[in-house]
Write a protein that binds this ligand. Structure first.
Ligand code: ATP
Ligand code: MG
Length: 285
């Protein structure tokens, strides 16, 4: 569990990035962190990961004062990993294999376990250990670098994984694959904080939605509940998923489609059901 109390942060030079943020992340919870550019998302994420000390306020990791990084050995508190918005920031070893092995080695794991973890982590993110393991991380494409950095974090088996706009710049199949992986890690019990500009990416599976606006936490509630107020989300710069936009237009035309259905198949079933039962169909223009 991560508890942040009264967090404010002012950068040198006077930019106020966070103002009085209170937040508790429960074990194994999947949270989406959203908000406009410059709202303070990366700053908050780095504070939650113990990489940045807030100017004001306190963070506790599983009841202890931090910092607890990805390489804190078992029993020394919560292992929290952060995937940077610019993944190349966290690649520093001569080869991809060495880079992914860095974390498990820091944990003091024996050689065979390190090897198994590296291979498993590279496979999870869709990088072939044979083809890519021996290459310099700096020769990889942007998307491959992001995957390699994520593999390095997964190899440490974190309790909480915080990802800063992880799908930016990936092709659609790559983005979908990454989201499926996150969904799976969450089902297996990992806590996740996903910073994203796309509610669609997280709508099917994240349990909670946080929205920052000019450094203040303006929304903190179950995601399924928050998406029922698309107008408010839009006010904070969060675009409602297409399913919600469609549902609210259908409702405006008299078809009582439930709001808050984010799965396209479920929405299609709800519409078909209403039409079958002879409810008022929207006028055709
Ligand atoms: N190292 C820094 N020094 C000074 N100001 C900074 C620094 N990092 C961030 N800021 C400022 O703090 C504010 C919050 O930045 P932050 O990076 O947390 O925003 P963000 O919500 O992650 O935005 P984006 O969606 O663009 O990534 C911004 O006004 C930014 O200019
Ligand atoms: Mg950011």
């Amino acid at each position: 569990m991560i508890e942040a109390r009264g967090i404010s942060h002012t950068f040198p030079g006077g930019v106020v990035a966070l103002r009085g943020v209170d937040l508790t992340l429960r074990p194994g919870e999947a949270v989406a962190l959203m908000g406009e550019t410059g709202a303070g998302k990366s700053t908050l994420a780095q504070i939650l990961a113990g990489l940045l000390r807030p100017s004001v306020g306190q963070v506790r990791w599983a009841g202890r004062p931090g910092p607890a990084g990805p390489w804190a050995p078992a029993g020394e508190g919560l292992r929290v990993a952060y995937l940077f918005q610019e993944a190349e920031h966290q690649l520093c070893e001569p080869t991809v294999w060495e880079d992914v092995a860095f974390g498990p080695r820091q944990l003091g794991l024996p050689g065979e376990v390190v090897q198994a973890r590296v291979e498993e982590a590279l496979a999870l993110v869709g990088l072939d250990p044979e083809a890519i393991g021996g290459r310099s991380p700096f020769t990889l494409s942007g998307g491959e670098q992001r995957r390699a950095a994520l593999a390095g974090l997964l190899a440490t088996d974190p309790h909480v994984l915080i990802l800063d706009e992880p799908t930016t710049g990936l092709d659609p199949a790559g983005a979908e694959g990454l989201i499926r992986l996150l969904h799976r890690l969450h089902r297996e019990g990992m806590g996740l904080v996903v910073i994203t500009h796309s509610l669609e990416e997280v709508a099917g599976w994240a349990e909670r939605l946080l929205i920052l606006h000019q450094g203040r936490l303006v929304v903190d509630e179950p995601l399924a509940q928050a998406v029922q107020r698309p107008e408010e989300l839009a006010r904070w710069g969060v675009e409602p998923p297409a399913t919600l936009r469609l549902a609210s237009r259908l409702r405006a035309r008299g078809l009582p489609v439930p709001l808050g259905v984010t799965d396209p198949d479920a929405l299609a079933r709800a519409i078909a059901h209403l039409l079958d039962r002879g409810q008022a169909a929207p006028p055709v223009e």
